[in-house]
Design a binder for this molecule. Structure first.
Ligand SMILES: [Mg+2]
Length: 167
């Protein structure tokens, strides 16, 4: 039952993701969360590191789409800065949100991976939609009140995940 909340992989940041490994595993598309995954929640600028990483994705023939529950102007501004398609106001973890991103990418479920910093939206939603999932650590401590509460539960789940993956 807990498995629905388990990511397939867990990395500290997006920059630690092994892109060659993804490519070798048939991955052709990434669905990227925005806040605290590719930019800090309080930032309105795409960093050079992020742009460089997205260029590397392209080199690996991996497409990307931003999927965010956020609706603020800031989100579309960041998407424009990195020239990525954006699905905002997404209502993750609903399956419909991920299906919209799949439509934008034009990739199949089996070849698409969700990358995000939240278990209850990104990982759970990706898992129930039939996608592979990668959890990263949040880039900043700035969370909404709702998220702050969920972070406690996330830590409990990740303790179990660590135990399951340490043997
Ligand atoms: Mg996030």
């Amino acid at each position: 039952m807990l498995k629905r909340f388990f990511p397939d992989h867990y990395y500290e940041t997006i920059y630690d993701i092994d892109l060659s490994h993804l490519k070798a595993g048939g991955v052709r598309g990434l669905i990227l969360d925005l806040d605290n995954t590719i930019v800090a929640r309080n930032s309105s600028t795409a960093t050079e590191d992020l742009k460089h990483w997205l260029a590397k994705l392209k080199e690996h023939d991996i497409k990307a789409c931003i999927l965010s529950n956020n609706w603020k102007q800031r989100v579309s501004s960041i998407a424009a800065q990195v020239e990525l398609p954006l699905v905002a106001r997404a209502a993750k973890p609903r399956k419909g949100a991920f299906k919209r991103a799949l439509d934008v990418l034009g990739t199949r479920k089996e070849e698409t991976v969700v990358v995000g910093d939240q278990i209850f939206t990104d990982v759970f939603g990706g898992n129930i939609t039939g996608l592979r999932t990668i959890l990263v650590m949040p880039m900043s401590n700035h969370d909404g009140i709702h998220t702050k509460f969920l972070r406690h539960l996330e830590r409990m789940i990740m303790k179990r995940w660590m135990r399951a993956h340490s043997s």
